[in-house]
Design a protein around this ligand. Structure first.
Ligand code: C2E
Ligand code: CA
Ligand code: CA
Length: 615
């Protein structure tokens, strides 16, 4: 296919000379006619003639021609004047493609024409061969020039496009450097900057809240990544609306945690953050199902005079973080910081570090105490519960209530749990060695420990079996105490594990009964041998008829199910009498004994009765 004349990318292609637009201007009609006819015969297709030079300028301006054949001597406007007028309209990169038609061949006339801008001459009368050559040369030059100009302008346009593309990209990059890509909110870096330049500059006091939304993991599993993004955008829209209302700023602090800052403190800030919590932790009904958002938050304010420094920002955000951490994952509140929150968090942090250190380097800081379980009829010891102790050289005694949850969270509970079982079995051996007999020892088993082993494909049952045979202890002398929440970790396989343990003749006790949701209907299908009634039930029973009735009912039903029943946390004689009245067979608590060192436990076992001397 023949390429178009002025197609910009056709470099080197011969321009279509015969299609060039040619304008002939001459006041002599005969000259016009002769020249036009000649060009027509030569195959030129777009030849225009004009006898009035004044119109020539107008015609050219309407649409420029590729070649002008111009007479010099004309009335009204001579050739020089026409050229001058046309040259005034040219762009900087253009020239006038003009050949002068003249009868004068003298040097002066030629000089004047060249000075006026002509590129060549054709002398009259016309020598057609020469005329054709000159026209062709001029046209070839002109068309090539046009082609180059087009290419150049095309090139310039592409350059301009690229430049604007680049600018857009730079803009995007700048945006991404300061914004979160999912929500479009400010990112952490930009937030800190804005806190200083906007919030602090604007006001004497300010407040920062950290708000964490906790449902997205679930959503990811159920609906996928898209919906998590949607969900985060929903949260950010809600946050931003409220912050905009109060001249605040907000952004993504990290993951699913957002930071919101207000340029004021006090009750006003508290009530804005209350509103914020209500708005954010509200249902989203854009899904097929309505999803309710949950989370937690904390805030802290900086009052006048404290504001000055960058440290003020860091300290405020940090305090907001402590306040957030003090909340349960789904409290749906944004609470104000107080010192206790910081102390608790720092203490926890200290314990985390010290626990790791002690487990790695100082295992002797851990030891077991044993608390007797007492038969209420004969007041003899029928068993003991192993309770883990941590004695730190500087921090002193640390309660298992404080460090067991840390060990669970940090994955140390698995090792710790097995050490406890091992030491408990060693203690059984010690009893046998020193007394010639032993009472069963109960060990607390964390659900997290079972979960960790299950996840690693390790068998808890096999581990118990291995330890029992290593210490040559009869399975019936070991009891495992497990809480209801542990069963919830993975009901089917946990139940299966318990069945296997029961089949081995290891006892299983359901610990802290009454604090969870267990009903008897549910308990009767559990592979357990013992029910431990939580201290909360025993505590008040002697003083509260209602509580007493409940305790009585629990004991009776447990007996009906054939379960051994142990009442925990028994502290007074009244408790004991009540339990006896309800036929509760076994009690454990300070009334009989605090948890004891192994030797003390053995000493107590040597006595015929463990009834308190004063009772
Ligand atoms: P738990 O299993 O319910 O243990 C009973 C807790 O009640 C023990 O607290 C015990 O000292 C305390 N206690 C016993 N009698 C009385 C009483 O008459 N009055 C009062 N007020 N308290 C009494 P401890 O030793 O601080 O243990 C607390 C919890 O820590 C245990 O609750 C158990 O959940 C956990 N724990 C202790 N040792 C271990 C362990 O070796 N492994 C695991 N996984 N958890 C353990
Ligand atoms: Ca227990
Ligand atoms: Ca308990």
């Amino acid at each position: 296919m023949a390429p178009e004349n002025n197609a910009p990318d056709l470099q080197g292609e011969a321009p279509q000379v015969l299609d060039a637009r040619i304008l002939i201007v001459d006041d002599n009609h005969a000259n016009l006619a002769v020249l036009a006819e000649f060009l027509d015969m030569e195959g030129f297709t777009q030849v225009t003639t004009e006898s009035d030079s004044r119109h020539a300028v107008a015609r050219w301006q309407e649409q420029p021609f590729d070649l002008l054949l111009l007479d010099i001597r004309m009335p009204h406007m001579n050739g020089h004047e026409v050229m001058a007028a046309l040259k005034a309209t040219l762009k900087a990169d253009d020239y006038l493609p003009c050949i002068v038609l003249t009868a004068q061949t003298d040097r002066e006339t030629r000089q004047a024409a060249l000075a006026a801008g002509a590129i060549d001459f054709i002398t009259k009368p016309f020598d057609f061969e020469e005329t054709l050559k000159r026209i062709n040369t001029a046209l070839n030059t002109r068309l090539l020039h046009q082609q180059k100009r087009n290419q150049l302008s095309d090139f310039r346009q592409r350059l301009a496009e690229q430049a604007s593309e680049l600018q857009e990209k730079e803009h995007n990059l700048a945006f991404l450097a300061t914004h979160d890509s999912v929500t479009g909110l400010l990112n952490r870096r930009a937030l800190t900057e804005r806190l200083r330049s906007q919030i602090m500059a604007q006001s004497e006091a300010f407040s920062c809240a950290l708000v964490e939304v906790t449902d997205s993991d679930q959503l990811l599993l159920i609906e996928g990544v898209e919906s998590v993004d949607f969900f985060l955008r929903t949260v950010s829209t809600r946050l931003k609306m409220i912050m905009d209302d109060h001249f605040g700023i907000c952004g993504v602090w990290g993951g699913q945690t957002f930071l919101c800052a207000l340029p004021f403190a006090g009750e006003a800030a508290g009530s804005v953050f209350d509103r914020l919590a209500k708005a954010v932790f509200a249902p989203v009904d854009d899904f097929d199902v309505v999803v309710t958002l949950h989370g937690r938050g904390g805030y802290s304010s900086v009052r006048p005079k404290e504001v000055e420094t960058q440290q003020a920002i860091d300290a405020t955000v940090r305090r907001a973080g402590f306040a957030l951490a003090s909340q349960h994952k789904r409290s749906n509140l944004v609470v104000e910081f107080n010192q206790i929150m910081e102390d608790t968090a720092l203490r926890r942090n200290l314990l985390e570090r010290e626990l790791a250190l002690a487990m790695a380097q100082e295992p002797t800081q851990f030891f077991l105490q044993f608390q007797p379980k007492v038969d209420l009829t004969h007041e003899t010891i029928v068993g003991g519960e192993a309770l883990l102790r941590w004695q730190h050289p500087e921090l002193g005694f640390i309660s298992p209530v404080d460090f067991i949850p840390i060990a669970e969270e940090k994955g140390q509970i698995e090792a710790l749990g097995l050490i406890v079982i091992e030491h408990a079995l060693q203690f059984v051996r010690q009893m046998q060695a020193e007394l010639g007999r032993a009472v069963p020892i109960a060990v607390n088993v964390s659900g997290v420990q079972l979960e960790l082993m299950q996840a690693k494909g390790q068998s808890f049952v096999a581990e118990i079996q291995r330890l029992l045979s290593q210490y040559a202890v009869a399975p019936s002398l070991l009891e495992l105490e497990i809480t209801e929440s542990a069963l919830m970790i993975g009901f089917d396989w946990v139940i299966d594990t318990l069945h296997q343990l029961r089949a081995m003749d290891v006892s299983v006790a359901l610990d802290d009964f009454g604090t969870g949701y267990s009903s008897f209907a549910y308990i009767q299908n559990l592979p357990i041998s013992t029910l431990k009634i939580d201290r909360a039930f025993v505590d008040n029973a002697a003083n509260s008829p209602r509580q007493a009735a409940l305790l009585g009912a629990i004991v009776r039903m447990a007996l009906d199910l054939g379960l051994t029943t142990v009442a925990e946390g028994v502290e007074t004689l009244e408790d004991i009498m009540l339990l006896r009245q309800f036929n509760c067979p076994i009690a454990q608590g300070y009334y009989y004994s605090r948890p004891l060192m192994p030797d003390d436990f053995i000493a107590l076992l040597r006595q015929p009765s463990c009834a308190p001397a004063v009772s």
